[in-house]
Design a protein around this ligand. Structure first.
Ligand SMILES: [Zn+2]
Length: 346
């Protein structure tokens, strides 16, 4: 099946692009984690996206996974039109739109969901919104102005998107935000459930569950291409990420003795099912316990680094270059867990 041919796309392009995107993200995080460490790396060379190809994979039901250059989007295609979950990085947005047209034909693009604020998930909003068709007609169309798609996001994501550079034009900002635990809409014959995941990758993450298609789009609370990323300066936390992964596992149901059942589209990486998320969640839980134990014993960051607590996972998930190296992950987890150990001891 086509599904299994997807393991090797664009790894190099992904690494280059992620470096650029995430240096933007860390820029937004205002130097978090840099104190006392190595000097900040020189700005990465402007990545070239010319050779990035976006590919489409039909997952099941209404849902397609679109992927290229290390970035993932998902679309729902059906009688109501097209809904786009995450719009990739701005330089890829014309290619993303072309692929959406290839899959969805001339069905109208009606809605966008942004899982969180980062430029590799919201950068294509202007282009996709421009191509969208408002359901508002007649006298009200003028009032809608250049707002075309309904754009859903958590309120914290909307607030953080206001601070992005380059700025997202107001016409491509979220139009429908929520601050409650969840939001539900009905689109293409199925419930679309958006669940807020507090203090995980950021403070505005949502996972999107297409209930009849049985597919979850996770954003960056689940990324199986590397160690998990959380931005403390943007409200993220390691425990929040683990909680979010447990919430995904609560929603997924595996097919009897086979791959499949509920499918999971990660923020970065390959399509997974429940087993993949369980495996990843287990790793993070084990890492948390090891770090908590080291912190309880009074170990310093340098001692933890020297102890090689991630050795058994580094081969698969580690990185020595780019924005989220194994060392930056170790620092982030250590500082985060040390901080929460201190506050709970008070
Ligand atoms: Zn992100």
């Amino acid at each position: 099946m086509m599904k299994r041919t997807f393991g090797t796309w664009g790894i190099v392009a992904a690494a280059v692009a992620m470096g650029a995107v995430l240096s933007t993200a860390t820029g937004l995080a205002q130097g978090q984690g840099r104190q006392g460490g190595a000097p900040a790396a020189a700005a990465p060379a402007q990545p070239n996206f010319d050779n990035v190809q976006i590919e489409a994979l039909h997952v099941q039901g209404n849902i397609w996974m679109l992927t290229g250059g290390g970035f993932n989007s998902a679309i729902s295609v059906g009688p109501d039109g097209i809904m786009v979950v995450d719009t990739m990085l701005a330089p890829l947005s014309q290619k993303l739109l072309a692929k959406i047209r290839e899959v969805g034909g001339n069905r109208p693009i009606r809605a966008i969901i942004n899982t969180h604020t980062h430029p590799d998930h919201v950068g294509g909003n202007p282009v996709i919104n421009d191509a969208a068709v408002s359901v508002v007609a007649g006298n009200f169309a003028a009032q809608a102005g250049d707002r075309k798609a309904q754009i859903f996001a958590h309120e914290n994501t909307q607030n953080r998107m206001l601070q992005l550079t380059p700025p997202i034009p107001s016409s491509a900002m979220p139009t429908d935000v929520f601050f409650t635990r969840q939001k539900q809409i009905f689109f293409n014959g199925e419930a679309v459930m958006m669940y807020h995941q507090p203090n995980a990758h950021t403070d505005g993450d949502i996972i999107v569950f297409f209930r009849r298609s049985d597919v979850i789009v996770t954003g960056d609370v689940y990324t199986n291409s590397g160690f998990p990323v959380f931005q403390k300066a943007q409200g993220g936390s390691f425990q929040g990420l683990i909680d979010a992964q447990n919430n995904i596992i609560d929603l997924t149901v595996p097919k009897e003795k086979e791959e499949g059942g509920t499918y999971v589209i990660p923020g970065h990486g390959r399509l997974g099912d429940e087993w993949d998320v369980v495996d990843y969640r287990d790793m993070n839980t084990i890492i948390r316990d090891r770090f908590q134990d080291a912190i309880k014993k009074g170990q310093t960051l340098d001692q933890v680094k020297a102890a090689g607590l991630l050795k058994d996972y580094e081969g698969r998930y580690g990185a020595t270059a780019g924005f989220w190296t194994t060392n930056s992950f170790i620092e982030a987890v250590y500082n985060d867990l040390k901080g929460s150990a201190q506050s709970s001891a008070r």
